[in-house]
Design a protein around this ligand. Structure first.
Ligand code: ATP
Length: 244
């Protein structure tokens, strides 16, 4: 059984605008999967329908089912989905700018009461992201874009997720930092066994690390397959990998 299964999901904004038109995808246990596509294709909308973060007064899943560990989660509120093990790092590294990295990490753990355990987890995060430790006393708003992205990922990991969803982690980062972030994503997946669903416009970087990818265009999944097969696909090469 897949860890996450999105089945024929349709999402409508403002009761009229069909942003996702019957999309299906799966993330296996401990899998590393990418959802690729251009601006406005519907990638963020799919992630929000999984985490429950569609603004209720604007967007809604109007068809289909989403199951996590075999259970339909569409009726669950976002905090309950986090407790089940689904965490969503939003696009644009939304860290608490006036708090330090450590305070940001602690802010994610209100659902735990074991202080010693929380400190141990924060320490683990600083081992995974040594750059954050060197900036431990700076307010997060003063960290570089890459450091803020690392902090956003570390904060998400503090909830001990089974599924980490990330929206455009490479956006706006210099190439070296993109490599570093993707390296960390791979380690979280391999070493911690956390499944990852990665939304990316940077298909080159994503197809290098994931096992499987889906391509979405205008709200529809138009292609899917193992990363090494998609990398060689002429249409993908032309549209997303910058060569014909
Ligand atoms: P991007 O990389 O630009 O975020 P995306 O593939 O993630 O692109 P979505 O953000 O999911 O795409 O947007 C899909 C479609 O839904 C677009 O046509 C967008 O204009 C529309 N849309 C997204 N959010 C809303 C909203 N809150 N209200 C109305 N329409 C929206």
């Amino acid at each position: 059984m897949a860890l996450l299964s999105v089945n024929s999901v349709e999402v409508v904004y403002d009761q009229v605008s069909l942003a996702v038109k019957g999309a299906s995808l799966e993330v296996p246990q401990a899998g590393l999967v990418a959802l690729l596509g251009a601006n406005g294709a519907g990638k963020s909308t799919i992630l929000k329908s999984i985490s429950g973060l569609l603004a209720p007064e604007r967007g809604a899943v109007t068809r289909g089912t989403i199951t996590f560990e075999g259970e339909d989660i569409l009726a669950l509120d976002p905090p309950t989905r986090v407790r089940r093990g689904i965490v969503h790092v939003l696009e644009g590294r939304k860290v608490f700018e006036h708090l330090t990295p450590l305070e940001n990490l602690l802010a994610a753990t209100t659902m735990y009461s074991d202080r010693a355990r929380i400190d141990e987890m924060a320490e683990q995060m600083f081992e995974l992201f040594p750059r954050l430790k060197t900036r431990a006393k700076a307010k997060a708003g003063y960290l570089s874009g890459g450091e803020q992205q690392m902090l956003a990922i570390a904060r998400a990991l503090m909830t001990r997720p089974k599924l980490l969803m990330m929206d455009e982690p490479s956006l706006g980062l210099a190439p070296l930092l993109v490599d570093e972030i993707f390296d960390i994503i791979t380690r979280i997946n391999r070493e911690e066994g956390v499944a990852v669903l990665l939304v990316e416009q940077n298909a080159v970087a994503a197809l290098d690390v994931v096992q499987h990818a889906y391509l979405i265009e205008q709200g529809r999944i138009v292609m899917s397959g193992p990363a090494e097969v998609l990398r060689e696909n002429p249409d993908i090469k032309e549209a997303y990998l910058g060569s014909g």
